[in-house]
Write a protein that binds this ligand. Structure first.
Ligand code: B12
Length: 299
């Protein structure tokens, strides 16, 4: 038997999403989204998918996009069917759908699952609940020899593209400054940078991602051209002490007066050296206090 799922009246949806009922009717009239079912007496009945679409529309509009443009985007990514899994949690269902498509090497299915992921909340929520955990599972399966290099590359590429698409939609307009985000010179794990990038957009800072293996000279050039609020460097794989010293001194020099911070799984052993060179070490909460300080200093 097919379950129809819960349906909601317009006032309930307005309360749940924070979008007033007249705006919901106007979006439907002008752009055709969402398109709720109607009762025999013509009352609108919204599904869970309609509600996700409304939340996404609202988020895109809050980030400065016109309703017409936002409507086109949600129409492109709206999926008529829930994720092909018995899971009730939408994040878990989407993770399952992505991993199942990767294991069977189904590229179109993978694209569709990624597009569904884009409807599941703010960029930060999507990264924390879907993209980040999926990346970890894919890497673990690859490290365990259960996925081929081809499968890992295909997924890494698509996850990166999805993360970039979401980031592009979330660009603060106008931004209150820029941030330069990059991996240590020998570091290929670039995916954690997206997590930092999603966080910075929430502070209305535009993240410029330089990606994997970024040498100090590239940081220097970016700092000179972009005058960022901060530089964020990521290190996942352990760094040998002599190499760490050479790099950290060079990064400190490249950043000059710009605040810089190093985060990621491999940073704790570098703390003393980094702090001695004027940088910071830590995760997203440390970054938050750095941004607050940098903004105060700019006033
Ligand atoms: C995915 C993955 C890969 C992918 C990377 C794809 C990509 N483009 O990023 C691929 C398959 C290519 C890969 C390759 C390798 N990997 Co790998 N990989 C992983 C895996 C599974 C997940 C890493 C990840 O993306 N995490 C996702 C993010 C969300 O995690 P995160 O680090 O927690 O990031 C958050 C915070 O740390 C913080 N943060 C991070 N950076 C920054 C920066 C700033 C400024 C701030 C404020 C915060 C911050 O915010 C982030 C977002 O919330 C891990 C194991 C695991 N389960 O974690 C192994 C792992 C990291 N890999 C490992 C290794 C050894 C390798 C290889 C060397 C293997 C090989 N022999 O070839 C290679 C090459 C790596 C290299 N030289 O750089 C080891 C590292 C061991 C070590 N401690 O040195 C691990 C731990 C696996 C293991 N158990 O052995 N890997």
């Amino acid at each position: 038997m097919q379950t129809r799922g819960t349906r909601y009246r317009i006032q309930a949806v307005a309360e749940m999403t924070g979008v007033p009922a007249p705006t919901l009717r106007a979006w439907e009239r002008r752009y055709g989204v969402p398109s709720p079912e109607r009762t025999a007496s013509s009352y609108r009945l919204y599904s869970e998918t309609d509600i996700r679409i409304i939340r996404k529309l609202r988020e895109l509009c809050d980030n400065g996009m016109s309703p017409a443009e936002a409507a086109k985007i949600v129409q492109r990514v709206a999926a008529p069917e829930p994720a092909p899994s018995g899971a009730l949690d939408p994040y878990e269902a989407t993770r399952d759908a992505i991993l199942s498509a990767v294991k069977r090497f189904r590229t179109e299915e993978l694209e569709r699952a990624m597009q569904r992921a884009m409807l599941l909340g703010s960029g930060h929520t999507i990264y924390t609940n879907v993209l980040g955990p999926v990346m970890k599972s894919i890497g673990d399966l690859w490290h365990a020899g259960e996925l081929s290099v081809a499968q890992e590359h295909m997924t890494t590429e698509l996850l990166g593209r999805t993360a970039r698409d979401i980031l592009r939609l979330l660009q603060p307009t106008p931004p209150e400054g820029q941030a330069v985000l990059a991996c240590f010179a020998d570091e290929q794990h670039a995916f954690p940078l997206f997590g930092v990038a999603f966080q910075t957009t929430q502070w209305r800072i535009n993240p410029v991602i330089l990606g994997a293996c970024t040498p100090p000279a590239a940081i220097r050039h970016a700092v000179e051209e972009l005058h960022p609020i901060f530089v964020g460097l990521s290190a996942t794989v352990e760094i040998q002490p002599h190499r760490a010293r050479e790099l950290i001194e060079a990064y400190a020099d490249a950043c000059g007066d710009t605040r810089w911070i190093i985060g990621g799984a491999a940073v704790e052993p570098l703390r003393e050296l980094v702090e001695r060179c004027g940088g910071r070490v830590g995760g997203l909460s440390e970054l938050k206090s750095l941004v607050t300080e940098a903004r105060r200093a700019r006033l």
